[in-house]
Write a protein that binds this ligand. Sequence first.
Ligand SMILES: Nc1ncnc2c1ncn2[C@@H]1O[C@H](COP(=O)(O)OP(=O)(O)OP(=O)(O)O)[C@@H](O)[C@H]1O
Ligand SMILES: O=C(O)c1ccc[n+]([C@@H]2O[C@H](COP(=O)([O-])O)[C@@H](O)[C@H]2O)c1
Length: 192
Amino acid sequence: MRIGLFGGSFNPVHDGHKLVAEEAIKKLDLDAVWVLVTPGNPLKDHSELAPLSQRVEGARALMGSPSIRVTGFEAAKGFRYSYETIKFLKASLADRKFVWIMGADNMVGFHRWERWRDIARLLPMAVYVRPGSSRLAPASRAATALARYRIDESEAATLADRRPPAWVYLHGLMSSLSSTAIRARDNSRGTK
Ligand SMILES: Nc1ncnc2c1ncn2[C@@H]1O[C@H](COP(=O)(O)OP(=O)(O)OP(=O)(O)O)[C@@H](O)[C@H]1O
Ligand SMILES: O=C(O)c1ccc[n+]([C@@H]2O[C@H](COP(=O)([O-])O)[C@@H](O)[C@H]2O)c1
């Protein structure tokens, strides 16, 4: 079973997230995507972060389907860093083939993640194009360090079977939606 792990704040969820999950299933030939709603991105300020249950429910309502499963299990486990989550999932579900999925903006800052080189050694990764980061991502510090492990997009469907490190930069339909913009819009409506 080939499973994409799509971590995020989803504060709130939007159609850009759904697009990435659905395109990843198609392009990477995955059986499922597990949407991991984080208790809090360790690199982000949490002052505007909605409760986990609200973000999980929102993500389920928009994205939940037979092939997209939404979970907030990292909080219950006390995991803060994606490295911990990935290590745990790989150890407890050794028969699954996991792939990490993230938007291009996260590849730009990936070198600031806890044990990012170890994450790249643990599982293949797919980076999905995003407006504003599409050129920055392939030139980022982590992308440069991992350049020799990048595979051609025409081979994306083989990513889950590859031994890590291996990563692909996926291009396709783009969404300019962002949770920041949605929160700003909702806040300004609330103050009018
Ligand atoms: N429009 C988009 N296109 C491609 N990837 C996206 C898009 N929006 C979010 N992502 C990716 O989805 C994952 C979860 O994103 P997140 O929940 O942080 O949404 P966001 O819109 O980036 O939020 P914020 O604006 O609060 O930072 C991340 O890997 C992010 O890169
Ligand atoms: O482990 C880290 O150091 C780390 C640093 C930044 C982000 N992450 C994870 O990356 C995913 C995307 O986060 P976000 O806030 O961009 O949606 C989410 O699962 C976060 O927990 C993880």
